[in-house]
Design a protein around this ligand. Structure first.
Ligand code: NAP
Length: 307
């Protein structure tokens, strides 16, 4: 029987692990399908306080894990496939193996959203990607496309100009939701060509088992045309990882956990932390803060229950 199981090993999960481990609660942290969460697939993080020169995302998140391990947090590889939160102790299945715990902190984050194009999934890893930092180096002196109008799209496009000869940034509207600084940085980059009010109809070529081009459509007049590209990066946001908790934890219409104040969910003893609940701020530092809140609430809950 565990005091606390933390689901997720991003900023939120690792911070919850540091706090609960330091409170001697010996947390079990489920690493999940994306070890280290979204920071593990980013480059330089410039806005996490304490690092005036910035710090590489993977280093930052690995340091958090090491810090939690110093205090006795235990990490287990695997993903949560089922959860029974109907009674206590709560039961969590990690790849079919059930574990019991007095409290649970859900810090399972959110995963990349895809466009849903007919050929998109078939070409993942063959030119279609959701992670420029993972795959960008394959596109040295080649032409790539990035889809999206938020900060992620700007960041991916900028990053890809380190390798690619040309980056086309496709967005479905005229207006970009990216922050001013990120948008300006992308606009100032001569290698990035902006293609607003444009939809992607499909990506080719499954017969060659690699990306050779895309079919585009103007959002206003419906005109269609083809463009040759070697790489196709989708940066259109994320979907919260809440599937195992559906029907038990209160979720909103997009699947994000509904907070019941602080880090509380609708179930006493089950807490939320990070992007799995936060559709507004979604920053490394806010996720870390949320992990801290969840840990403190779990600690207080256990204390009140006499553990
Ligand atoms: P986002 O802000 O939600 O932007 C998603 C973009 O994808 C939007 O422009 C949206 O278009 C577009 N989109 C969504 N679904 C689409 C579809 N089916 N077809 C075509 N386009 C679609 O997501 P994000 O860029 O991943 O950013 C998430 C959060 O992380 C934000 O708070 C952001 O500030 C933060 N972030 C920060 C940094 C940084 O500071 N270094 C880097 C990355 C992310 P519409 O605009 O038309 O809705």
């Amino acid at each position: 029987m565990r005091n606390v199981i933390i689901i997720g090993s991003g900023c939120a999960g690792n911070t919850a692990a540091i706090y609960t481990a330091r409170a001697n609660l010996k947390p079990l942290v489920v690493i999940g399908h994306e070890p280290g969460g979204q920071l593990s697939i980013t480059t330089l993080v410039e806005n996490f306080p304490g690092f005036p020169e910035g710090i590489d995302g993977p280093v930052l998140v690995e340091n958090m894990k090491k810090q939690a391990e110093v205090f006795g947090a235990e990490y287990v590889y695997g993903t949560v496939d089922q959860a029974d939160l109907s009674k206590r102790p709560f039961r969590i299945s990690i790849e079919g193996e059930w574990h019991e715990s007095r409290t649970v902190i859900i810090a399972s984050g959110a995963s990349a959203r895809w466009l849903g194009l007919p050929n998109e999934q078939k070409l993942i890893g063959r030119g279609v990607s959701s992670c420029a930092t993972c795959d960008g180096a394959f596109y040295r002196d080649r032409k790539v496309m990035v889809v999206g109008g938020g900060d992620s799209a700007m960041e991916e496009a900028n990053f890809l100009t380190r390798f690619a000869s040309e980056v086309t940034l496709v967005h479905r509207r005229e207006h970009f939701r990216a922050s001013k600084i990120m948008l300006e940085r992308a606009r100032a980059n001569a290698k990035i060509k902006f293609l607003p009010s444009t939809l992607v109809d499909d990506v080719y070529d499954i017969s060659k088992n690699e990306v050779t081009g895309v079919r585009l459509k103007h959002a206003g007049n419906g005109k269609m045309w083809d463009q040759e590209v070697d790489g196709f990066f989708v940066a259109i946001g994320h979907i919260p990882n809440t599937k195992p908790f559906k029907g038990q934890i209160d979720l909103d219409h997009d699947g994000y956990i509904v907070s019941h104040g602080g880090a509380r969910t609708n179930i006493k003893g089950v807490f939320h932390a990070g992007d799995v609940q936060d559709r507004s701020y979604r920053q490394a530092i806010t996720a870390a803060g949320a992990g801290c809140m969840a840990a403190i609430e779990a600690e207080r809950f256990l204390e009140a229950e006499g553990h």
